[in-house]
Design a protein around this ligand. Sequence first.
Ligand SMILES: [Zn+2]
Length: 439
Amino acid sequence: MRPNQFASLFFAAAVASVPAFAAEPEISPAVKEQFTAVSGNAQVKQALDFIKADDTNALAELKAIVAIPSPPFKEQVRAQDFQKRLTALGFSDASIDKEGNVIAVRRGTGNGPKLIVSAHLDTVFPAGTDLTIKEKDGKLYAPGIGDDTRGLVELLSMVRALNAANIKTVGDLWFVGTVGEEGLGDLRGARALFRDHKDIDGFISIDGARAERITYVAVGSHRYRITYTGPGGHSFSAFGRPSAIHAIGRAIAKISELKTPTEPKTTFTVGTIKGGTSVNAIAEEAVMELDMRSVSTQALLDVETQALKAIKDAAVEENARWKTDKITVDIKLVGDRPAGQQAVDSPIIQTALLSLRAVGLKPELESPGSTDSNVAISLGIPAMTIGRGGLNGDNHSINEWWDPKDAYLGAQKTLLTILTLVGVDGVSKPVLTKAPIKK
Ligand SMILES: [Zn+2]
């Protein structure tokens, strides 16, 4: 999950008409009935107690896993380690798929819904980053220690708890470590899951700096690298030739005047620009990176269409100005994350709210985010990203820290959530609907 959510919350709080968190929906009697059955069951209580007692194992595991580098596109070593840990917990068929995701399926009694519960294997840190853990004032410092190593650890702790309490579910639980959640990974792991498996009924990603958080609306983004190229030449003797920098200036002037809706929130910015070689040279090359985001696919496509037209028109106008055709523009898509919205009162969200309250935490329904859940939400499959236990800060920086205080509450609320969603054999019916197979 992106660390800028704090910033967006502060911004939201500063604008009176925009609440920091969405209002919590009413809980339907049907969801409440199943949740009450699950949370009141003796075996489930045993599993929750197990998770609390398992805290020291989880901490040791966290320290071991965070030390394994997992840069973008190079998650293999951490993936193999995670597979080995799942195999040791009884998943003899835990596997790594073609994209690099680790998948272990805990089967239910049959004919129930299939729910993926996942955390991401990748970090933002390049190979060679010092991953040594430093402890100070009860906090652990190491790059990636919260985001999302703690998420992986919670998956393992939940598996141990289910096994120890001998819990049989109705639906299937897929425990998954995904690749490519961060940056240019572009959610390639989550995409592969839904490309290769058309029968998934629900998706949960454990990601986010505090257990209280629920992200259920997906901000889509399209990012481009735009390169203008021209003949260049001396600023005085070659005057009359078109300039790559003048062309990009025309493009930016047009883009900065675009109008986008506030609802659904749709944004754009030229984030970086570089080009030219010298003050007395007509620029041969100019490059910019453009970021566009929206919670609506249609609104995202609308702003994209306008921006791409502005970019092409700018080249045409710079050429027309000097009666030439020497300026060309190369447009490269470098980021593509799908958008999607979901009703705040969908059963999966209701279940998470009940689970958080049951362990004594106050739910926070977050502003739209960009996480592994984007893929499922964009496909209309019930999905959410819910926070990790403990406190976590300075994510995506080498100063990242994680505070283990009451960390077990995070895994407890997720266990209650997934059990209620897939149903416990002889105890409850699944809250998650088994969808017909999607084509
Ligand atoms: Zn993350």
